[in-house]
Design a binder for this molecule. Sequence first.
Ligand code: NAI
Length: 385
Amino acid sequence: MSLEPRIVKESFNRIEPDGEKATAYFYGRLFAENPRLRALFPPAMDLQRDRLFHALTRIVWSLDSPETLSAYLGQLGRDHRKFGVLREHYPAVGDALIATLRRFAADEWTPEAEAAWREAYRTAAAIMVDSAEQDAAQSPPWWVAEVVEHDRRAPDLAVITLRTAQPLPYRAGQYVTVQTARWPRVWRPYSIANAPRSDGLLRLHVRAVPGGWVSGALVRHTRQGDTVSLGPAMGTMTLDPDGDRDLLLVAGGTGLSPLKAIAEQVIMAGRRRDVHLVVGARTERDLYDLPDLRLLESSYPSLRVVPVLSDEPDSDGPRGPVSDALERLHDWDGHDAYVSGPADMIRRTVGELQRLGMPLERVHHDLLEADKLAVPSVPASPSRL
Ligand SMILES: NC(=O)C1=CN([C@@H]2O[C@H](COP(=O)(O)OP(=O)(O)OC[C@H]3O[C@@H](n4cnc5c(N)ncnc54)[C@H](O)[C@@H]3O)[C@@H](O)[C@H]2O)C=CC1
């Protein structure tokens, strides 16, 4: 049977307004019928519910674009290895999903809809399982990493350097998920802040967000010598290896992390490209990495680092939200842009770059799933079915 994206989308549209109730029902049913599966999930399920819905939305809207779907599900399948998910777990998830749709799609639920969903789920699960099994031949399900340096740059911010026991392949601009001993089964995404190095060290920039389990543990309760677990590298906000256009990198807060990796990658590639790294921060004190960035700038004459302060009306340099400063800084015609930071900042910056005439396909961003940006073309971070 072929995929029927239209039928799947129609019934999904019907349940979308009830997304929260539907996902709660889904997990309730899954765990009631398969109590042993509960152990694969984190103790608190709130964020998990959002992730499921986010992943489903992405899958449903990519059904008629096989390449995007396959790339996304392949990544999702590989990432699920770290949760201990196996081929035999998928049918139970599929049954709970169909039962949920049957209940919430109500009058849209027909035998055709059920057949279309079963086929869509079968296809999605097969891609995830195949990708996980292929990955198992060459990579561990997760990587153990030792903290070799913990640099607390502010009460709520740390730059953490990690050494993995086995090499963890990644590209500049990608992120990994991190699990700490303090919160088993809770994984959170952080971008890697350096280009791949011969000694394999990885650096993360972590801000402890209010109520953040993993970020709080990483900033306040992690010391040199501790170990953390890392999931596989993910994300598509990477450099085109053949690209040669000048670059505009726009960072908000710790969103600097992947852009610093990209700037380092450009420098290491040795090809001359002008790079503007525009770093948005609230105050002077929040420019937590400026000395390092200035060092990078002094080693590469084509790199210009421009801090923009949003909450310091008296500062001499560019002021205001980082998106608003771009027009005055330079003519961005012919540039590729990479944008990383809080979701609203990304939205505004992407909108501003479009207004300034930059074609959308030259604006790269990789919204972390927690930010829940309603842009269907945006790649998401790890989610679990
Ligand atoms: N730590 C990491 O590896 C990564 C973090 N991120 C995301 O970056 C964000 C960093 O947050 P914070 O450091 O607390 O940054 P923040 O909230 O202090 O904001 C820093 C700057 O971003 C700009 N900005 C913020 N909101 C804006 C808006 N609505 N419009 C225009 N500009 C705006 C401003 O210039 C502001 O000074 C988080 O959302 C995080 O998820 C993204 C990628 C990687």
